[in-house]
Design a protein around this ligand. Sequence first.
Ligand code: AMP
Length: 544
Amino acid sequence: MRFDEFAKRAARVESLSGDHEKTEEVAGLLREADATPVVARFVQGRVFPAWDDTKLDVGPSLVYDAVALAGGTDADEVERRVAERGDVGEVAAEVGTGGQQTFGSTEQTVEGVQEALRGIAEGSGEGSEEKKKRELANLFMDASSASAKYLARLVLGEMRLGVGEGTVRDAVAEAFGVDVTLVERGIMVTNDTGEVAEVARDGGDEALADLEMRLGRPVKPMLAQSSTTENLFADLGADEAVVGWKYDGARLQIHVGDETRLFSRSLEDLTDSLPDVVEKVEEDTEEDVILDAEVVAVGDDGPLPFQDVLRRIRRKYRVEEMRDEVGLEVHVFDVLYDDGAVIDEPLSERRDRLSRLVDGIRGRSAVVSDIDGVLEERRAALDAGHEGVMVKNPGSAYTPGSRGGDWLKLKPEPETLDLAVTGGEWGEGRRASFVGSYLLSARTDDGYATVGKVATGITDERLESLTSRFKELIIAEDGKEIEFAPEVVFEVGYEEIQRSPVYSSGYALRFPRFVGVRDDKAPEDSDSVEKIERLYAQDEGDGR
Ligand code: AMP
């Protein structure tokens, strides 16, 4: 297909406002184009397949230079006009027709443009900027004025046609009369709308169904939604959950074939910057697998903040030196390929598979059937210095790129509250002589209002020392219930704040947990009901 024909069709797509109309137009374009794969990518503003991390590395100023060179004007003038118009495409088109030299051969094809752009992407080294500029200017010189507009936008990755992957998916189905779910699956496993469009065109549903993941070609990582302790199992739609520790580092997709390659969340090849990760992986795994993992920086005292990983990834120089400075750990939490794709297997099976495939670098996970089990894992993860947990549906497939409800992240634990202890309850059985639970209160304008009771998190030794301390503070007793003079402040962790008719503040802490005694604080310095109200409103606002 000639590039200027493509440009005309692109202009039509751009002018349409409805999704349906756009899809129809793109379908027509795909049907008519002989270079289906290239066109399928170009309409989305992509020059290369999504899995290919080749970068054009052409910034706005280089484009201004090239347009100026082709149009016989100067780059400052181009830049000034772009600032005025807000669209480099329109300026390129104008300069072309209005310049001393008219853009305009119609021989330029979409494949030719792709090839030339690959050449530009691959050319690097000394004098490469100048060379890039000249090659780009040549492309503009061969372009008609309509072509120049979309060429400029394409090289800067901003086509502005309002066509995303979803539109191309629907258009491929429409253009070649194939099943849209097969197209969607094809895009997930190949990560290239261009290839999928071509396969749909040449082989229909059958060929689409045969598409598979390939070693060395990263797929988009599966993503997570947020949930709350309250709604977790309902959101998951399952009675059991695989609870994996959530590590705070960088996502890594690990392809182990003849060689090992590491890809980032955005599918950039990170292999060269992480030789120690490659070694760890190769020591611990077999060949022909694709793993999903998180890489975390570690120091002598455990995991380091996520920023430390950034000091390692993408580094081109001093790689070996930095390797000693910032140690890394890999935690693998899923397997996508094991001598063939396994993404359609349920997570519970992939998890078994993973335990056969990797050992030392496997992330920790557990199967639990209630919220207490989830919170226990989260506690353990937090105590080990990690971020929290990811909660996953054991029956779910691995769906590349999708943010469905099969993976849920629990919001990080809220901060603790400092609350006055205004009452308690004698324990039972073995603990009958101890105060087993403590009534917590927040400050009001003229006293205290209750917000919950805490018993969790107090060790036996603690219970003893707390009991002897609180015995001195008893004001009244009624059966097991005790009232204390407000003198001691507890620091308390919790999961959520709920409205409650039970406590006099009107709020209750969910899953309160004793953290410590704030001997440095007087009850007058404890947190107020107003603060609790504010925290509650904030959580509501977050959709919790
Ligand atoms: P977020 O970036 O907060 O949406 O959380 C999702 C990210 O957590 C993923 O993209 C991974 O990089 C990271 N992560 C850490 N541990 C896990 C795990 N066990 N399962 C899935 N993702 C994890």
